[in-house]
Design a protein around this ligand. Structure first.
Ligand SMILES: [Fe+2]
Length: 250
């Protein structure tokens, strides 16, 4: 038995690459993955219109949708709402189109929040794993102790900085990586940097496969084009990851 997941990220409705989204939707129709994971930055500015476009697209796919919140998914102009109720719009989308849990005989997904409404530095776009967010994820992982399926954490920001660089832009990322690895996470799916990554990282006794998908928007960075991943999970075997690089629209 195997489980197939599509992993997309940073769709940024508002500046989405529609032709790329059409290609993903076509692949979903043809291949019928068991779920589609989107690791955050669903919208560009968290407007109601952008959330509506996101809802329409995710709903049209007809497969279970698993979401993470990204730094772009909190109101940008409405600061009152950003400070008082930053996840209201995201939570409404999640309730409308996404599942709260996803597990099969091969794999279990566990979410980790890497955003905060405000942080004591700029840019606010970088990741911040709070102790509370980490402890909620750890609790879920501890409940899975001894489970021999693939235990996969999904989050928006990469938990570690680029390989070989001392600085980690994600506050709390090192501690989260170590804690998740010790609690049994085998892989972390993330986005945010608009560039795919697939590397095994080790820190503080933890060893985790870090899988990132690029963007499906026009916000191309680091010389990388749009991309997503098709992941195959089979119990007892390494995760098979196929990176699908797409042509950006002109
Ligand atoms: Fe982001």
């Amino acid at each position: 038995m195997t489980t197939r997941l599509f992993h997309v990220s940073d769709v940024h409705f508002g500046v989405e690459d529609r032709a790329c989204l059409d290609q993903v939707a076509k692949a979903v129709r043809e291949e019928r993955p068991d779920a589609l994971v989107c690791t955050g930055d669903l919208t560009q500015r968290a407007t109601h219109q952008q959330y509506k476009e996101a809802a329409d697209w995710f709903r049209s796919l007809g497969v279970p949708i698993w979401l993470n919140v990204g730094n772009h998914d909190m109101p940008y102009k409405n600061l009152w709402e950003r400070f008082t109720d930053p996840y209201r719009r995201y939570n409404a989308l999640r309730e409308a189109v996404a599942v709260d849990s996803f597990e099969t005989p091969d794999v279990v997904l566990v979410g980790l929040k890497s955003t905060v409404r405000i942080q004591p530095r700029f840019p606010w776009s970088d990741g911040f794993v709070t102790e509370q967010a980490l402890s909620e994820t750890q609790k879920e992982l501890h409940a899975l102790q001894g489970d021999d399926r693939h235990i996969v954490v999904t989050t928006h920001h990469p938990l570690l900085g680029p390989k070989g660089e001392a600085k980690n832009p994600t506050i709390g990322g090192d501690a989260a990586f170590a804690a998740l690895g010790q609690a049994g996470a085998q892989a972390v799916l993330s986005g945010h940097i608009h560039k795919p990554l697939d590397e095994i990282r080790e820190l503080a006794g933890a060893r985790i496969r870090m899988l990132g998908s690029g963007t499906l928007s026009s916000r191309l960075r680091h010389g990388a084009g749009p991309s997503y991943r098709a992941l195959t999970f089979t119990k007892g075997e390494p995760i098979a990851s196929e990176l699908r690089e797409l042509e950006p629209s002109a």
